[in-house]
Write a protein that binds this ligand. Structure first.
Ligand SMILES: [Ca+2]
Ligand SMILES: [Ca+2]
Ligand SMILES: [Ca+2]
Length: 82
């Protein structure tokens, strides 16, 4: 059911989840802040808007300046850890 066919172009291939949050308190994470190149700074942000555990929106901040460089529907080929 992933109609987001685009692949996110991240800084690296790691997935260091700096922050995971359950913003709607249903026991499942719906916000992920990720560092993909191991420098400890967030460069990937993912959101699950409908609470089904699947990412609905992926934002890549390749320059790590706080401004989105790429916005992708779906998980961009980068599903969250378990
Ligand atoms: Ca949740
Ligand atoms: Ca980083
Ligand atoms: Ca979802």
């Amino acid at each position: 059911m992933n109609d987001g066919t685009e692949t996110a172009h991240t800084r690296g291939s790691e997935r260091n989840e700096l922050i995971t949050a359950d913003t709607n308190n249903d026991g499942k994470a719906d916000l992920w802040v990720v560092d993909t190149d191991g420098d400890g700074k967030a460069d990937l942000f993912q959101f699950d808007h409908d609470g089904d555990g699947e990412v609905d929106l992926t934002i890549v901040d390749r320059t790590q300046d706080g401004n989105p460089d790429e916005v992708i529907k779906g998980d961009g080929g980068l599903p969250p850890n378990g």
